[in-house]
Design a protein around this ligand. Sequence first.
Ligand code: GLA
Length: 724
Amino acid sequence: MPIQYSEELRLFRLATPNTAYFFHINEGGFLIHDYYGEILPMCDLRSASARIGKASFSPRSADLTTVPETAPQEYSCNGTGDYRISALQIRESRGNAATDIRYVSHKVYPGKPAIQGQPATYGTDEETTTLEVLTEDGVTGARITLYYTVFEQQDAISRRVKAENNSEKVMDLERIYSLCVEIPFGNWELGHLYGSWAKERTFERKEIPHGITAIESKRGSSSHHHNPFAAIVDKNTSEDTGAAYGFNLVYSSNFSIQVEKDYDGDLRLIMGINPTDFGWRLEPGEAFETPEGIMVFSKDGLGGMSRIFHKLYRNNLCRGPWKTKKRPLLINNWEGTYFNFDEEKIFNIAKDAGELGVEMLVLDDGWFGACNNDKAGLGDWFVNEEKLKGGLSNLSERIHGLGMKFGLWFEPEMINPDSDLFRAHPDWCLQVENRPMSIGRTQYVLDMSREDVRDYLFKCMDDILNTAQIEYVKWDFNRNLTEVASFLLPAERQKEMFHRYVLGVYDLLDRLMTAHPDLLLEGCSGGGGRFDPAMLYYSPQIWTSDDTDAMERLDIQYGTSICYPTSAISSHVSVCPNHQTKRTVPLRTRGDVALAGSFGYELDMTKMSEAEKEEVREQVKEYHKYYDVIHFGDLYRVIPPNGEECAWIYVSEDKSEALLTFVCIRNHPQIRRTVHFRGLDPNKNYADEQGTVLPGSAWMNIGVNYPKSMADGTTFKVYLSEIQ
Ligand code: GLA
């Protein structure tokens, strides 16, 4: 039973195969959190959650049924005695923000309801069970529903919240987080992913200090700088063992993850929309739904936690035919030509690539309007026939004539001041009247909360997709938001703009994917500036970073894999010296690193030597051979990149094949390097490509030694397949 309720104890138990989550309703109707972690049977945990020794200066609720600050709260409220971080704060019509919600009713049902206008995980009635707990603030009439969906085959629980104004007066939501979790004291560390452009998702793990630690974005996107992800891990947790909680918000805009450690060492974590620059007015009868937060727990370390996210996102977040269909091996012209191309140039790249086995050409930035650099044309989504004679349909036909597919770059949310669109509709940009507009990469941002703007963009994109055969769209987003205001909203609703903006983006994505359900979409934001689960719902792969240097990619792809699956991590082979780092790395290594993702090339193949082309043919063969184990297998990060070496292993779900990749980052003479397989069936026999046959137990316990003579930046792979 994934969700149980004991009438007698007024206690809920949510269970996945290996985890359990408990909370109860106390005599005053407060929802008190009891436990989250390794699976436990239904049992009376109510007394275990009572905390002692924290009562001084902590007021009691008026009905004396709880001390809000000392009781672990299922969903913490502001202004009525809980001084720790609040998940909920509602300013009522009388101007105060005291909030106090109590249990009203609950229901449990199979399946998982969608969130109106927002991306979320999904599951059939067999895969998922949902609990809705309705609560109410008896004074203001705010009705708050807490949603919990249990993924029965996976150790994941999704949560979200709905607020309804059940009163005659207006009220303003000031904070409405998607989830709140209480974790009792321990030796906890916080893991998170920070970075910048070309250096996204660096994994950092630190002891949690007393006070409040915040991981947030207020850039109007999930951002390069912080990812909407946090892990709480024991200080002894490793890749393979130990407790690891993971939290990830399905949201692409301003998010906030806060962790408060109180003087006893107890933790509270809240995750949701960042309250900075947020507010939402609820008129009587109106409702608001938060984005969804995902929680996972594993006792098998960070690796176990990551594998739960990977499986959940592959099966229950990514959607459409491409979540299971093999992705075309592509070549993108960006680093090969930048803006400097014409139809012949693109066709010739496609032709050479096609001869080596590449299956799709993606035409990047610069094909539209008066665009010859990043200073003009964004917004004018009409083909530039001076560059592409005969237009996109002609180019697409010629590329299809080579037996290849064709993909195209768009940056729908942006507009150059030097564009026909801006000249016609200057009011379509985000801006504050009488305040100069900040500019980034010579572009302004369109007001995506406006329906007329979205209608225009949809029509342009739909027309382009209907006039030429285009199987793939790369959706880019190359700056962060400023002066976030809309001409169409009254002053009291301007605080809704960041959220309305992203709802507009979701709406356009949804319309596009509904009109073109077979389209393969790749997300992008100056590399991986919007690499989050909400984007994965629409685009099963995301351009991971503008840094294509294989050595840098080891860190970036390692960090990204902490919660995102390999199939989502777009990864391309580019030229050397690398354009971002000037580093030279062997082509074989560039291929082996890019293989740990959605693979492709990003260079001018017409400039490759015969020897390089031969290497590409080899890589294409490997792409096909290893595709299933890499895209659908379990990932084991056996040696996280450490400046010296790095290794990872994929094992197929049925444990019939495995691929190990080892990278020698920096060689040392006389050092023996051994890597142990993980995740194999100890009792099955596996053969490597040289014909050595050993049981899984031997491959895991004895491991594989590597040649001492490996040069810096070279790789070594071992592929095992089961021998019956
Ligand atoms: C961003 C993307 C690149 C490329 C350029 C085009 O930086 O990340 O891959 O598409 O825009 O301008």
